[in-house]
Design a protein around this ligand. Structure first.
Ligand SMILES: [Cu+2]
Length: 470
């Protein structure tokens, strides 16, 4: 969460960038000082001190890169470098990112801004930066070999273009992409509209995050870069639940969330308790006549979806990817289904040899959330989020939208758990239970069953050892 300490740290970083802009002409000719960030917390919005005003975004578990003005050009300095990312409390990954973190900082500009981005490569191999979705001169598009020579280690390249259309964009390498994106090289770019735009509404809260995925063995630190689909860490901005910050808003706020997908599979993102409209894609704001209400929007590979809604229901609302494997983290998938398998006999034999042997999955996986299981060092436990009523049994791409009537405008701090009004929580029925009426009659349906077995047969299925890509 945003603490005063972090806020001051951030303010200090911004001051450094601003004072760098205020010094002599000699310094003006120099590169903007690279600003780095190591805290995994959500940083407060970076309100523009000059230029056209806009309502800044908040990057979930991330930050926005400060800039300097140089003769009317907005200058940023990205440093591609190895970073250590705390993906969840107690679990750190050795990734590649920008300016101390993965994903890299969000770049925020205004439509019509001339932008100059210095990119310094501190990686052990060459890189480039592709500005995904932008209109720009071909030679600024960042495709190594095609539109520019790659940026060799130790070198700095300059990208310069006008941010022509408002919208949400991503940045990532177009050089050894498979490795560099598997290592976490990516970031967001927001271009705010220059003036009131007929298709872009003013909002009270504007959140951004990238969907990303890693394959890191339990006890290891570095992602396996050859993995194509069977990742084991499904993350938002390289954080896994319960390490993902909550989205804290005031009741009746108009909320915008921009979600970019740089994983290798699609993610149906689902919000509880509210309906939203998809108001923007990679191509810009959607025409009003194309908008309809949804509670889930699929964000395909390489896409961005911008959703908007009025947060008019108080409470703690789940917000997550609807692929259930993506909300049960850090698991290998080559595990046989053990539900209904009686382990008693085999367990008694094994415990004679291995006293700590533990049965898994005999009654489903929910036990996993409760059991204190010995894990290798630097491993994120599965499904470890604790809610006010017990384990949430989730991990990975999951967080909570917290809607509160007393959340102050501009306050992104965590208000704690929702205090439910009396009589509004599901409760246990303690009255008499009726005997359910069951109908075994094949029925008077249009297509009656034929060749029914003489007695009911139960099929016992044990799933194969591995399942395919999902
Ligand atoms: Cu997903």
């Amino acid at each position: 969460m945003v603490s005063r300490r972090n806020f001051l740290g951030r303010a200090g970083a911004v001051t450094a960038a601003v004072s760098a802009a205020a010094v002599s002409k000699v310094a003006m000719a120099a590169l903007p000082e690279p600003v780095t960030q190591h805290s995994p917390d959500t940083m407060p919005p970076l309100v523009p001190e000059r230029g056209r005003p806009y309502n800044p975004v908040v990057t979930l578990n991330g930050w926005t890169l400060p800039w300097r003005m140089n003769n009317g050009v907005k200058e940023f300095h990205l440093v591609a470098e190895p970073v250590v990312r705390e993906m969840a409390p107690g679990f750190k990954a050795h990734l590649w990112g920008y300016n101390g973190q993965s994903p890299g900082p969000t770049i925020e500009v205004v439509e019509g801004d001339r932008v100059r981005v210095f990119v310094t490569n501190k990686l052990p191999e060459h890189t480039t930066v592709h500005w995904h979705g932008q209109r720009l001169p071909n030679g600024m598009d960042g495709v190594g070999g095609l539109t520019q020579p790659a940026i060799q280690p130790g070198k700095t390249f300059v990208y310069e273009f006008v941010a022509r259309r408002p919208g949400t964009f991503m940045y990532h390498p177009h050089a050894d992409e498979m490795v560099q994106m598997a290592m976490g090289m990516m970031g967001f770019w927001i271009t705010h509209p220059k003036q009131k735009h007929p298709l872009i509404d003013e909002v009270d809260r504007d959140f951004v995050f990238l969907l990303n995925a890693y394959d890191i063995d339990p006890g290891a630190y570095t992602p396996k870069v050859m993995t194509m689909l069977d990742f084991n860490l499904w993350s938002w901005n390289s954080r896994v639940f319960p390490g993902i910050d909550t989205l804290n808003v005031r009741k009746n706020d108009k909320v915008r969330i921009r979600i970019g997908n740089l994983t290798m599979t699609n993610h149906p993102i689902h919000l509880h308790g509210h309906e939203f409209a998809v108001t923007g894609t990679d191509g810009g704001p959607t025409p009003k006549g194309t908008r309809w209400l949804e509670v889930t929007t699929d964000v395909a590979v390489g896409q961005m979806r911008q959703i908007e809604f009025r947060a008019d229901e108080e409470g703690d609302w789940a917000f997550h990817c609807h692929k259930s494997h993506h909300t049960m983290n850090a698991m290998g998938h080559g595990v046989p289904t053990m539900i209904g398998v009686d382990h008693r006999e085999v367990v008694s034999k094994i415990t004679q040899l291995v006293p700590d042997y533990m049965v898994m999955g005999e009654r489903g996986m929910a036990d996993m959330a409760e059991m204190p299981m010995p894990l290798p060092d630097n491993t994120v436990p599965m499904m470890s989020g604790a809610g006010p009523f017990g384990s949430v049994e989730m991990g990975g791409m999951f967080t909570v939208l917290k809607v509160r009537r007393d959340q102050k405008p501009g306050d992104y701090g965590d208000p704690g758990w929702f205090d439910h009004p009396a009589g509004t929580v599901a409760y246990e029925w303690t009255g008499a239970l009726a005997t359910p009426a069951r109908d075994r009659d094949p029925g008077r349906s249009a297509m009656p069953a034929r060749n029914r077995p003489a007695r009911e047969i139960e099929v016992q299925v044990r799933k194969p050892d591995r399942h395919g890509p999902h």
